[in-house]
Design a protein around this ligand. Structure first.
Ligand code: HEC
Length: 184
């Protein structure tokens, strides 16, 4: 595992440690799964605030897939303590390699501008450049992808666009994380 992967993984583990982020999903999921439970057990989720369930699930998926690790400025360095209202606004740190320089875009603006089905098509088909973990999106169920969409929409549009992708050979104006040449 290279150093970058390790840092990203470490950030994901840090996010998982935030029990308050995970707990609401665990509760509602448990409630939905216990069909044979007594009325008292199911009352909190019985009238199935379906959208709220999706939002909580989306928050959980975003936490375990560490979307914030790249799409939230400083998140990987501050142990995931960025307040939710400031998350996923994109970052001006460049990721440099044979693909040129990429920037993690502002997902608050991206999701505000796309409809849910178009998002599913993007997640299934677009060839994202590194280090965007395309495999992570491809591994998600449709329900997970819809939940991510509803969660990010629920926190609303915010921030400004991240810098645009620079093709190979173009010098980046700001700081970059430079990937070493791949092993021969
Ligand atoms: C390791 C860093 C990293 C992580 C982790 C990461 N992304 Fe990305 N993401 C990027 C980069 C860099 C791009 C730009 C890729 C490109 O230019 O093709 C990107 C692009 C995107 C885009 C396209 C947005 C647009 O405006 O076109 C979406 C949507 C997205 N990521 C969602 C996610 C989600 C959801 C997660 C969590 C499952 C996630 N990303 C995790 C780095 C990351």
């Amino acid at each position: 595992m290279n150093r970058i992967s390790f840092l990203v993984l470490a950030a994901a583990v840090g996010a998982l440690g935030a029990a308050t982020v995970v707990a609401p999903f665990a509760r509602s999921h448990g409630g939905a799964a216990t069909q044979g439970a007594t009325a008292a057990d199911v009352i909190p989720t019985a009238s199935a605030a379906q959208p709220d369930d999706a939002v909580a699930r989306g928050r959980y998926v975003v936490a375990i897939a560490d979307c914030n690790g790249c799409h939230t400025p400083g998140f990987a360095q501050n142990g995931g303590t960025t307040p939710e209202r400031e998350r996923l606004v994109g970052d001006a740190i460049g990721w440099q390699g044979p693909w040129g320089t990429t920037y993690a875009p502002n997902l608050r603006l991206f999701f505000a501008a796309v409809d849910e089905d178009a998002w599913l098509a993007t997640a299934r088909q677009r060839e994202f450049l590194p280090p965007m973990p395309t495999s992570s999106l491809r591994a998600m169920s449709d329900d997970d992808l819809r939940a991510v969409y509803r969660y990010v929409r629920s926190i609303g549009a915010a921030g400004v666009p991240a810098p645009a992708h620079l093709p190979p050979g173009r010098v980046a104006a700001g700081p970059v994380v430079a990937f070493p040449a791949p092993p021969q």
